[in-house]
Design a protein around this ligand. Sequence first.
Ligand SMILES: Cc1ncc(COP(=O)(O)O)c(C=O)c1O
Length: 447
Amino acid sequence: MSAVIRLGMSHDAMSDGLLELLRRDDPEVGELLGRERERQETTIELIASENHVSPAVMHTMGSWLTNKYAEGYPGARYYGGCAWHDRIEELARQRAKALFGARFANVQPHSGATANTAMFMALMKPGETFASLVLKDGGHLSHGMSINFSGVYHRPVHYPLHADPAHPQFERIDYDAARRVCQEHRPRVVMCGYSAYPRVIDFARLRAIADEVGALLVADVAHIAGLCTHGGCAHPPPLPHAHVVTTTTHKTLRGPRGGLILTNDEELAKKLDKAVFPGVQGGPLMHVIAAKAVAFGEALRPEFVQYQHRVVRNAKALAAGLTAHGYRITTGGTDNHLMLVDLRPKDPELTGADAERWLEAAGIICNKNGIPSDPRPPKLTSGVRLGSPATTTRGMGEAEMGAIAGMIDRVLTSKGDADETGRVRSAVRALCERFPMPGPTTAHPAS
Ligand SMILES: Cc1ncc(COP(=O)(O)O)c(C=O)c1O
């Protein structure tokens, strides 16, 4: 890592400039933005779905492109003045295709959930059946939750995890049961890709199941997208097995908040384009699409592969550290960037809600999360979900993961005691000072 920058110092002149501008033009918002910047600089981010983007990605989102309407696609817009927008969107598409080895890419979805909504519109008629993992087992709300678009307009059926603690595949996807569910319900689409699943997904096996029942396989790799780049640098790639891939661009992919859809099938590509626009969206967010192009450009560099390897190594180190302190990691560990921590073996009374609150007071940010077969309701839960993408971006390694596991244990063992929490808060600040947020001189020190 090059220069170590003191917290609060101007390591990103454009961010400093923005705060200066807002101090003049809108001090109220400026104050809040400044506080959030300080929060991010001085806390350890363990939310598995978050990351720290580079200044280039961040500031591209604040560019002139936000002023423009560009409904349509490159070469076929409904507005004039789109020449540079066409070039930018085409660049984003080319880079996305190169990253994932795809023939077609749509970079316009505003988010992962919107990408899934468009996917449903392109592949299914209202009322048709699809198979997925249910939310409480690690799926996503856009995979069939009863009050989500996917569950209101379609008929979800769910395949299970192995539920028997004696089974060697306990808490992992039960592929045989998935096959039985699909044989019984003959879904139009089989969905895989999850929000809280720490193990490798067998895309080839799911494709075989989909083929057997005449379904299309959709892989929503929102979480593991970065790991799946470069032909599967840290997780086997969804293509060519999946007919359609949907993803977010802001998690392990380390881009702006947004969505992306990929396919190798020309007919499906046409349907997906129509479903995104005019199906579910109006004008594309061209400032975000430009930032996607920048992020994809960063991800195409060889350093990004090293980053993904470090993400996985760090997740394994954190899981091992917590196991040593008496916590149970579901499935016995992790293959990717995240883990689910069952708190009960350590303390049967401890809930995910308490853990999240106490850890935040110490400057360690995570989210409560149900564990498979959790007897507690979603607002309490028996676990927390932790991930390594953001800390790895700051340059932290396995030694720091071990230290963080110790800090987590100190806070939770003390039951959020104010003095102990204060001591851990100081240690967190010191660690964050050693590993600053990405800036021009520290751009992705993990790279
Ligand atoms: C598997 C999966 N799909 C879709 C989404 C939705 O993404 P977004 O929040 O951008 O709509 C998420 C977000 O966490 C996710 O984990």
